[in-house]
Design a binder for this molecule. Structure first.
Ligand code: SAH
Length: 239
């Protein structure tokens, strides 16, 4: 066994550029910044779900922000991604992901693909991810980037108004909404399985509450998680 391992290592080292795959966690130029982000922004502030911490330690956030902002990809805040939209602060992505309590075998819907970062984190945490974006330029770019990063197999992207969910792919074990409506869209509640979780910021431009809704056999249980500030959920007038 040890001989085989040693031989494989020798082979990898002797082929130029083959020693480390660029997709391996921790192997890119931003690995140190990413590890620091996980430690100082997430673990230190109470994110406890190991799988969420590991997922965010793997996803190359710098590959999903505009090239000119790469150096700031692991900063403790949101960043502009074009079309007046933003990629969320890492802590917010972690909080929402943790609230979904994913084990690995779930089907998950995200409304508001944006940069594709939250979708990539979800793809690390669940079996199948569906993500929908209203803005054509962002939807196209995220689909291309997520494919390039190797998430294509379990991640499905779509251009459209996520208020209506994704009825053809429903029901979902978990749904996360990353733009804020002023009320909870009923179609999303209806597209949850019994026991399913919906994490959604609800409120106006002045600020919103991040809600965790759990669908049960007898109704919906509602929990307020924390005050947040998301871009508004817009509606497609044709849908
Ligand atoms: N989850 C994203 C951040 C999203 S910002 C990320 O990880 O980068 C919110 C996104 O929701 C924006 O891209 C915005 O265009 C999109 N959006 C707004 N209203 C929407 C709607 N009704 N349906 C789908 N996407 C919507």
């Amino acid at each position: 066994m040890r001989g085989v391992l040693a031989a494989a290592l020798l082979l990898a080292l002797s082929l130029p550029g083959c020693g480390v795959s660029p997709r391996e966690p921790g192997s890119d130029d931003f690995a140190a910044a990413r590890a620091r982000m996980v430690r100082e922004q997430l673990e230190a502030r109470g994110i406890r779900d190991r799988r969420v911490l590991e997922a965010m330690g793997r996803v190359p956030r710098h590959e999903l922000v505009p090239e000119s902002l790469r150096a700031r990809a692991y900063d403790d805040g949101p960043l502009p991604i074009g079309e007046g939209q933003t990629i969320s602060q890492p802590l917010v992505v972690a909080t929402m992901s943790q609230a979904l309590a994913l084990q690995g075998d779930e089907r998950v819907l995200e409304v508001g693909t944006g940069s594709g970062y939250q979708a990539a984190v979800l793809a690390e945490l669940a079996a199948e991810v569906y993500t929908i974006e209203l803005e054509p330029a962002l939807a196209a770019r995220a689909a291309r980037d997520l494919e390039r990063l190797g998430y294509g197999a379990k991640l499905h992207t779509r251009l459209g108004d996520g208020y209506a969910g994704w009825p053809e792919a429903a029901p979902f074990d978990a749904i996360v909404v990353t733009a804020a409506p002023d009320h909870v869209p009923q179609p999303l509640v209806e597209q949850l399985v019994a026991g399913g979780r919906l994490v959604i910021p609800v409120g106006g431009r002045g600020g919103q509450q991040l809600l965790l809704l759990t669908r049960t056999e007898s109704g919906v249980v509602r929990e307020e998680l924390l005050p947040v500030m998301f871009v508004p959920l817009r509606r497609d007038p044709d849908e």
